[in-house]
Design a protein around this ligand. Sequence first.
Ligand code: TGC
Ligand code: FAD
Length: 390
Amino acid sequence: KDLYEHPDYYLLDDLLTEEHKLIRKSVREWVKKEISPVIESYAQNAEFPKHLIKGLGEIGAFGPTIPTEFRGAGLDHISYGIIMQEIERGDSGIRSTASVQGSLVMYPIFAFGSEEQKRKYLPKLATGELMGCFGLTEPDHGSDPAGMASIIKDAGSHYILNGAKMWISNSPFADIALVWAKDEEGIIRGVIVERGMEGFTTPETHNKWSLRASATGELVFDNVKIPKENILPNAKGLKGPLSCLNQARFGIAWGALGAAMDCYDTALRYTKEREQFGKPIAAFQLQQKKLAEMITEITKAQLLVWRLGILKNEDRATPAQISMAKRNSVETALKIAREARQMLGGMGITGEFPIMRHMMNLESVVTYEGTHDIHLLITGMDITGENAFS
Ligand code: TGC
Ligand code: FAD
């Protein structure tokens, strides 16, 4: 891995600033030192490497675009994308932890929280001193979050929260949960639930074949008393959680390409070294076709996410553009992972190489934050004006 260089077939580095390249270099070095040597064993043991949290905070992975006033990194969106790309080259599960913390917990507090909430939570979330999770999905409401059944009732001095969330990244160890629930008028509100509140539990989900180095669980609320100051004052309706998803989906669009690059790089090296029938397998046309298609798709996707980053920096990126990029990057990465795995023959199924782990991880990434189908329908609705969801 010493020689790793990301593929840059179209000299796209020319489109990045010196600061972007410096950020990439430092995150890449951190990933190589901290994630790469240990990730396979954590994934095999289905354990989240908790010791990485402090370092993730130090490299600015938690809330890269949150202003420095709140101890975010105050960076632009391309920097955010680059950080996600480099972390996901290490592992999608570690990138998930960073995505959830920055885009799904810090962002809503920053965008919709009170001044007190921002001052209380953001600095500690930025360093990883506090960890958060995001509860939108429920057992009976995944792609259709508007149907959620979790409910908050006004009890005078406080609210009472009841309901359950499922498939929640970071839930088993999170200190706080940013939960979306309906009030008595049926309006979706954001609530900060703290570990230790009576009636709040976070059972872990076991036996996953995907994102094994990421902790996933439920959030169960049984008459949990929520202080009134824990409601986000400025989020009302589904727009609140969906705005958070825009931030996270943007990061995934960049992140999944990191996994794709790692698979491509691994396959390229392997096929140049592995000999069969008296020559390197990279010399056979069938293998070259696969490699050529991989680099073509990576290059196209790199251009898409770079342009999306520019639009996001200018506050012009639409949710539908973000959907297109998330869907395209994950599809590209999954196809590349599946091809790359075959190119390594039997070695491709082992933990000696990262490909099978990336491939299995990407099966979650293609489903969470809006499934492949849902993002296609968002594009369909955007270009036709016709809603095909329901
Ligand atoms: P719809 O009627 O279209 O919209 C309701 C309101 O929301 C507005 N809106 C958005 N606002 C901001 N950003 C977006 N992306 C938005 N999309 C819609 C919309 O304008 C409307 O506003 P208003 O003012 O008119 O009320 O809503 P719908 O019920 O028809 O649903 C639309 C749909 C299906 C696209 C949406 O619900 C959806 O995206 N479903 C997928 C669910 C999803 O992505 N869940 C993700 C859960 S979190 C997660 O997976 C974390 S994984 C973390 C990790 O480990 O990395
Ligand atoms: P469903 O919505 O039941 O979909 C099942 C199938 O039906 C899919 O193929 C879907 O594309 C298709 N489908 C649904 N509706 C339509 C339609 N209208 N037209 C055509 N096809 C349709 N959620 C959180 O809130 N927080 C988290 O931190 C979080 N982390 C996750 C981590 C992991 C590892 C996983 C796997 C999921 C996570 N999720 C999280 C949940 C994730 O967002 C949901 O799994 C996802 O939104 C899909 O919901 P579902 O699983 O209920 O599938």
